[in-house]
Design a protein around this ligand. Structure first.
Ligand SMILES: [Zn+2]
Length: 256
């Protein structure tokens, strides 16, 4: 059972922001700061004061609100040691294997490079949550801006190895587009078809498609299924290495 309250909302056009509130300890974190004004409005509406910002990566649509929020609230900004120079207002640097406390919860730091070289994911094992930023999306993954296919593949494998009941929160509402790509590659996957229908219904109702349990992603996300014979065959890569299958999937998605 989690003692955390979770508030997820969209800002900018398709960025997710999530507020985590631990009422017992009176702490509130935002995962990334896409838009200070939108986060401020949400905090005000909930009657919360921001105490922490957990930054997944340096891109402006994840850090653009850092300095304004820090100035207004004095929140502590936590991010990758590797991105010390690129994350505005960084107070505390963390790296692979670090665990820090947020209220009642341990937070484990996972380095998940590929989209950027300093990308982090934050795993809250007791609350069964993971925040994957622009590394793992529902039914997809982030583009390779600074890393190699091999790095991203290993980052995704690290996330895939978390407990299957873990709820995934990510950086963007890209699930419908990702699902339309996935179904072309993996058309006979019944779990994927069902997820895609569900995603379409959610989007029609203007509802978010996240969070999603890792167990469902493992059945439906082609980027986590590179050892699947049907996916390999669809790409003309039967028997190829999982990294080669991943790289081809990513290349095709870039042009989808
Ligand atoms: Zn990004």
């Amino acid at each position: 059972m989690t003692a955390l309250e979770i508030h997820q909302f969209i800002c900018r056009s398709d960025n997710f922001c999530v507020l985590l509130h631990d009422p017992e300890h009176g702490v509130t974190a935002a995962i990334d700061a896409p838009d200070a004004a939108a986060i401020r409005r949400k905090l005000d509406a909930m009657g919360l004061t921001l105490t922490h910002l957990f930054i997944t990566h340096h891109h402006h649509d994840h850090t653009g609100g850092n300095l304004a929020l820090k100035q207004e609230t004095g929140c502590k900004i936590i991010g990758a040691a590797a991105d010390r120079e690129r994350i505005p207002g960084l107070d505390e640097t963390v790296r692979e294997g670090d665990t820090f406390r947020f209220g009642s919860q341990p937070v484990k730091v996972l380095e998940t490079p590929g989209h950027t070289r300093g990308h982090l994911s934050y795993w809250l094992p007791d609350a069964q949550l993971v925040f994957t930023g622009d590394t793992l999306f529902s039914l997809g993954c982030g583009r390779l801006f600074e890393g190699t296919a091999e790095q991203m593949f290993h980052s995704l494998q690290k996330l895939a190895a978390l407990p299957p009941e873990t709820q995934i929160y990510c950086g963007h509402e890209y699930t419908l587009n990702n699902g339309e790509f996935a179904i072309e590659i993996d058309p006979d996957n019944a779990a994927l078809r069902e997820r895609l229908e569900n995603v379409k219904a959610l989007r029609r109702a203007r509802q978010p498609t996240l969070p999603v349990p890792l167990s469902l992603e493992l059945m439906t996300n082609p980027f986590l299924r590179t050892d699947n014979a049907q996916i390999q065959a669809a790409l003309g890569l039967t028997g190829a290495s999982p990294v080669a299958v991943f790289a081809e999937l990513r290349r095709r998605k870039d042009h989808f």
